[in-house]
Design a protein around this ligand. Structure first.
Ligand code: AMP
Length: 234
């Protein structure tokens, strides 16, 4: 015998279009949460990407294509605020097409003159850590283009926060020229070896087309399991 208490509420992490119907049952049963109206309209996107260009011109093209798709879908860009590499390419594309760009740069990089002068909004933060926190706070979702350590670190940090349930913002990679295939393999290895639950695989979404990536990010739902796996039997 169930006592059903439908409770329509907006979650603190999701925009207005996203509602959760929570259905409470008698204490001997687990609480069930049913997600409803899951189409999530992303308004601001943080993009992590190389401060270098990469050797193939296809990486620059991917940054331009993603920038154009963000503008087409009226999504503002949040990024690291510099003119360097793919970061400069995506910012220039969005600005040239009339879109909005917020750049957040560290004081050190600002002092080195690496700041993009044309941005819609800009912020200078004391440290890289604070900069990442601000980028995350200002964004509804995250995309990584190809890049190096900086990009990997930013991408994996937002995925880690999802796993820990500290936010529920979608994150994905634009998998140009199969750049992120090794990450897929590494995730599979972590699952196979008992370091990650299979339900966590979609914490990072992989697509090679910007419109397809935005579509899956918009309909993504946070994992409903926690990250802990039982210890193996002795
Ligand atoms: P990387 O992939 O190692 O080139 O690092 C790129 C990522 O780290 C970007 O998403 C930025 O947020 C950050 N980053 C690295 N270099 C810079 C820079 N010169 N100016 C601003 N952000 C940078």
């Amino acid at each position: 015998m169930y006592r059903l208490t439908p409770n329509l509420q907006q979650t603190s992490h999701q925009p207005a279009e996203f509602f959760v119907i929570s259905v409470q049952v008698l204490p001997q049963y687990a609480n069930v949460v049913v997600y409803h109206h899951c189409m999530f309209h992303i308004k601001t996107m943080a993009v992590f990407c190389g401060s270098n260009f990469g050797f193939s011109p296809l990486y620059q093209k991917a940054a331009q294509d993603l920038g154009a798709e963000l503008v087409r879908q009226n999504i503002a860009l949040v990024y690291g605020g510099t003119t360097k590499g793919l970061m400069g390419v995506i910012a220039d594309t969005v600005l040239d097409l009339g879109g909005q760009v917020t750049g957040i740069i560290t004081q050190k990089l600002y002092d080195k003159g690496q700041f993009h002068q044309r941005l819609t909004h800009h912020m200078v933060s004391p440290t890289m850590r604070e900069r990442k926190a601000k980028m995350s706070e200002l964004s509804d979702a995250f995309i990584a283009l190809p890049g190096g350590f900086g990009t990997f670190e930013e991408l994996l940090e937002v995925a880690t926060l999802t796993q820990l349930g500290e936010h529920s913002k979608a994150c994905g990679v634009l998998n140009i020229l199969g750049f992120y295939e090794p990450l897929k393999l590494l995730m599979d290895k972590a699952i196979e070896e008992g370091f990650m639950k299979p339900q966590m695989r979609d914490t990072v979404l992989f697509e090679h087309d910007p419109a397809a990536l935005l579509k899956v990010l918009n309909s993504w739902q946070a994992p409903t399991v926690d990250k802990w796996i039982d210890a193996p039997a002795p």
